[in-house]
Ligand binder design. Structure first.
Ligand SMILES: NC(=O)c1ccc[n+]([C@@H]2O[C@H](COP(=O)([O-])OP(=O)(O)OC[C@H]3O[C@@H](n4cnc5c(N)ncnc54)[C@H](OP(=O)(O)O)[C@@H]3O)[C@@H](O)[C@H]2O)c1
Length: 284
């Protein structure tokens, strides 16, 4: 084999991964469906394969970072995966990762799935994290190499774990954005500065509130939703006030309305004395 690592998929993320590995001194072979995206990497020393199968043949570690799992499968179809470690850094669902793992191992390869918790500009810099799951021997063999890209965190042998945790982290992020955007619209409704409000008041407040989520997580694990902080009924009333205030200000409550609806359902079922953590049970 002529290279250490092959990268299939040279979009924004795949190019960043290949660039960081080249910078660290690895011999890298690359392939992309549209050939032009390989040119900047060739200039940095990458070998450009003519086909995906040729890229697979070039290295023991094959990293795939394309649009979706269908594109991953399409790229690898027909390549000889025998003895290869396939690391799929494409975003997807746990079920897709498990299916891909079965397919790759059925072809004689070893499979690792990964969830990139970073944007391309963060690859190779402090603060980037990649979640891994699947073959432990494959992870241990390449852990040091992968550390060049981002802090590697191995979650377990079930290949579905990396996408599960990745999607859970995105869920937390989108929930935070929903709160931020609603708060911003409320502040903007009085023509006040959203930037100033966000920096001086909202971010410190969100930090303080984030600190109470690990104990809530422990309550969810234990199925014990007793509270001496604030109960669900108090929060239901707060959400009702918010809904009315948004209407007064001419701002849509659309992003938070589902939270209010789930709270109302939980309280109606007799759980108003419990902690907010009980809502996680209402969602299952
Ligand atoms: N960008 C980020 O911030 C970020 C962060 C975390 C995770 N990710 C994940 O990384 C993956 C790639 O994202 P990206 O930002 O690099 O996207 P991108 O810039 O749009 O690149 C998409 C890549 O997929 C390839 N592709 C699409 N369909 C294909 C097919 N049928 N066969 C072969 N190749 C195909 C494209 O090839 P062509 O060039 O030929 O179109 C291109 O190389 C996604 O799963 C994304 O969710 C991205």
């Amino acid at each position: 084999m002529s290279s250490d690592i092959s990268i299939i998929g040279l979009g924004l993320m795949g190019s960043a991964l290949a660039g960081a590995l080249l910078k660290a001194g690895h011999r890298v072979t690359v392939w992309n469906r549209s050939a032009a995206k390989a040119e900047p990497l060739a200039a940095q020393g990458a070998v450009v394969a003519a086909t995906a199968a040729e890229a697979v043949g070039a290295s023991p570690l094959v990293v795939v970072c394309v649009l979706d799992y269908a594109a991953t499968r399409q790229s690898l179809e027909g390549a000889d995966l025998t003895g290869r470690v396939v690391l799929n850094l494409t975003n997807g669902r746990p079920a897709e990762a498990r299916e891909m793992s079965a397919w790759v191992t059925g072809q004689g390869g070893d499979y690792l799935d990964g969830g990139i918790m970073a944007v391309p500009q963060m690859i190779g810099a402090p603060g980037a994290l990649v979640l891994y799951s699947g073959s432990r021997p494959a992870f241990e063999r390449y852990e040091d190499t992968l550390a060049v890209l981002a802090e590697p965190r191995y979650l377990g042998a079930d290949p579905g774990l990396a996408p599960l945790y990745d999607l859970a982290m995105l869920t937390g992020m989108y929930g935070q954005f929903a709160g931020f955007l609603s708060a911003a619209a409320l502040i903007a409704s009085e023509k006040r500065s959203v930037a100033e409000f966000t920096e001086s008041l909202l971010v410190p407040w969100l930090h303080a509130m984030a600190a109470i989520t690990p104990p809530m997580g422990a309550q969810i694990d234990a199925g014990d939703h007793a509270t001496d902080v604030s109960n669900l009924e108090v929060n239901r009333v707060a959400l009702t006030t918010l809904d009315a205030a948004f209407r007064d200000q001419g701002v849509k409550f659309d992003l938070l309305a589902p939270l209010k609806a789930v709270m109302e359902r939980r309280v109606a079922r007799g759980h108003g004395y419990e902690d907010m953590s009980g809502l996680a049970e209402e969602l299952r």
